[in-house]
Design a protein around this ligand. Sequence first.
Ligand SMILES: Nc1ncnc2c1ncn2[C@@H]1O[C@H](COP(=O)(O)OP(=O)(O)OP(=O)(O)O)[C@@H](O)[C@H]1O
Length: 398
Amino acid sequence: MTDDVMISLENVSKTYRGQKAPAVENVSMTIHRGEIVVLVGPSGCGKTTTMKMINRLIEPSGGRILVDGEDVTALDGTQLRRRIGYVIQQGGLFPHMSVATNIGLVPKMLGWKRGRIEERVDELLHLVGLEPGQYRDRLPRQLSGGQQQRVGVARALAADPPVMLMDEPFGATDPLTRDRLQNEFLRLQEKLQKTIVFVTHDFDEAIKMGTRIAVLGERSRIRQFDTPEQLLAAPADETVGQFIGAGAALKRLNLRRIDSVECGDAELMGVEESPTAVLRRLDSCDADAVLTVDGQRRPLRWVGVRDLGPDQADLRGIGLPVTVVESRATLHDALDQMLTSNCGSVVVVDDDGRYCGVVNIECLMRAISEMREAARERDRGVIEASPGTPAQAVRGRR
Ligand SMILES: Nc1ncnc2c1ncn2[C@@H]1O[C@H](COP(=O)(O)OP(=O)(O)OP(=O)(O)O)[C@@H](O)[C@H]1O
């Protein structure tokens, strides 16, 4: 096994007791350090069974599984599970235990001192965006679904395991929360660089989260194991193509993050400026609205000529609300926001909500045609995929 490999499945099979046919048959797969490998496939194809054999929540009937070079079947199951974080739907929290107790479970089992556990719990709550003072002592039922999920992730990270298994972790949340959790998790993963096996039903989620995606068929047979780009551009067979579904071109928007395209610029004006200053600015540029921002450059509203009546004293509260999207979100998220908000553009913000730029429909169209061209070139074998090619700047318009 090379240094780069973190998990290796070698001819792994599972036949459940009382069943004739195996649920998983002869699966071999290599997962590298720091990658997110997503297992997708139809219901009942064996995704969860395959994943749970890695931490031996399910004992394999045959084959070998190596984690960081060690054969997991030779290790004590409980010890093994302390070294592999595990996240399931709705966090899988113990309902009668506080958030802090839930997160501190594995460190406690590992014999950490109380002070160290408390410090770690607070550190993890910060990491997943929950204020420790506010959430530490709550019970899981006093949290929203998304918050429970964040605590589930914090718990899995408690003992800083190199490997995480995630079984439909965001499955039980509404689409907006799921999007946010996905983005937050990707941001965390940039820092943490864990090796992650991720099971989902949702192909769009697979594209967004996966470094590589394994499309599984019956008995976990691997139909294709490839990067999202390659899967979308060149499905291995008709079944994979059907699974990817219609709109592969649109789905490619999931592959490109907003921070990889050159955004346009809006005409920014501090909200404390005067309506006359706005009129002067609009007169001198080709934008039809300015974007008002607060003292921290956080976007507030789009203000155009028609919002400025003769008696308008200041800019506060006038104009159209902005639709914002994080710079780490995908172009697909940006398009989604545009369509749901009925707005021709979205304002891109950084982690602190500060203005970064504007993405509009022309910018998306340009990115789509670039990706299409790159896929064509790749098919011709001319160049490697280059999904990071920046789009040209666009003018910000509401
Ligand atoms: N404890 C069990 N005993 C017997 N058969 C089982 C058991 N658990 C799962 N199976 C069977 O093994 C097969 C694979 O199940 P598994 O849960 O791994 O599939 P999956 O791809 O994760 O499904 P889903 O997407 O619906 O969650 C299914 O046919 C299922 O009925």
